[in-house]
Design a protein around this ligand. Sequence first.
Ligand code: SF4
Length: 461
Amino acid sequence: MKDNTAVIGEINGLLGSSPRKAYVRSFGCQLNVSDGEKIQGLLRKMGYTFTEDEHKADLIILNTCAVRENAEDRVFGIVGSMKKLKELRPSLIIGIAGCMTAQSHVAEKIKKSYPQVDFVMGTSALSALPKLLLEALRGGGFTADIAEYDDFSEAAEQVRSSSFKASVPIMFGCNNFCTYCIVPYVRGRERSRRPGDIIAEVRQLVSEGYKEIMLLGQNVNSYGNDLGGEMSFPQLLRELNRIEGDFWIRFMSSHPKDASEELIDAIFDCEKAAKHLHLPVQSGSTDVLARMNRCYTVDDYLKIVDCIRSRDPDFSLTTDLIVGFPDETDEDFRATLDIVKKVKYDNIYSFIYSKRSGTKAAEMTDGTSEEEKGIRMRKLLEVQREISTEHYKRFIGRTMRVLVDDVSKKKEGWLTGKSSEFIIVEFEGDSSLIGQFVNVEITGAMNWAVTGKIAERNALK
Ligand code: SF4
C-alpha cells in the first residue's frame, strides 16, 4: 500500500475546513463493490462524507464494470449526462474507476470525448486516488493512472455498507482466460493476499459483531496457488473456522476445476462454513465447455456434485449458466437442461451470451439467432422454476437458522433473511431482529423462497 499520508495532508490543507461530499457508485460484481468500499475508506481519510445524491456531491466517482458491453454503454451514458452537472458547478470533480478504465482504449476514449471527467484510475491503481484527486483539485487537467501497482490488497480501510455482513477479498485477478470473459485482461493475473492479513481482518470483523464473512475472488478456490505452498484455500477455510465467534463463512466464485476433494472435506468439517456452494457450470455440454476454455467436462463436474451429495443429499448448490454461447446447438442446450434437472440447483443465475470485444469468443462464428436464444432462456427459467418449487419443499417441517437481512418487501410486518443454504426465508417478525441469527420453522415453499415462523432463537447452529 502506497504511503499517501503526505498527499492526503496536502488535500486537507487545500480544502481546509470546507465540508466535502462524495458520491461513489459501484457497478458489477461483489469484488467491484468491495473496491468501491475501499475507495470510500480512502476518501474518508481525506475528510469526505458520503451522499446518495450526485447533485449534492463535490466529488463523483463511478466504479465501473467491463463484463458486459451494454453495461459499459450505460456507464458512458451516465458520464455523458454528468456534463450538465459540471457546467452548473465547475468545481465538481468527476473520476472514473474500475474494470472499464483498466482498458487503455477506454481511458483514451474518456480523455477524448468526455472533458467533464477529471481523472481515471484502473482496478490496480486505486491507491493512486489521493494523487489523482490532488491534481484535479489543483486544476491540473485530465490525469489517468491505470498502472498495476498491486499495492492495494492490504491495509486498505473500507467503508462497509452493512454492519453484519462483510466481504473480504482474498485474491485478485484471474489466470483462467475463459473465452467469453474480459476479467483476466482488466484485473491481471492471480495474486493472493497474505494469509495472516486475511485471518487478522476476519478476526477483527467478527470482534466487531459481523455475522457473515464472504471471501471473494474471481477464482476463490485457487487461492494460495501463488504462495509457494504457504496456504491453500481449504487450509485458509480451516484457519478461519478456528476464529471464535458466532458467524458464517461464505465464498465466491469457485471454479469447478479447482473444487478438490480437500475443499469439500474442509466445507463439511468446518461448522462455520455455509451449507452452500456456488459452482458455476456455465453449460451442460462438454463441447461448449471446451470452446469456453473451462478446463473441465460435464463428467468432471458431476463427479464433484456426487462427492458433495454423497455426504449430504440436501446440500445446496447454485450455479451460473450462459445460454446461446456462439454456435450452441439444440443438442448442447438440451444438455444444459439435463444438467440442471440432474443437479437440482437451488438457484441458477443465467445470462444470454453477449459478445464482449477483446475476448476470444467475440471472434467466434455464431449461427444462433437472438430470437432462438431468447426462447432457450425462457425454457431454462421455466425448468428451474419447477425444480425450485419442488426442491424447496424439502425444507418444510425443518428449522432453519437464518441471518435476518431486512424487512420483507412482499408483506408488511414480515422479515427476509438467508439460511446457511443461501435460501431466502420470509417470516413474520420485528425489525429489531435485522442483523441477528434467528431460527425459523419452515411451513411453506415457493419457487424463490421458503416461508415460516420464528422458533426458539439461536438454539441451532
Ligand atoms: S474464471 Fe473465467 S469467468 Fe471467472 S473471472 Fe476468470 S476468466 Fe472470467
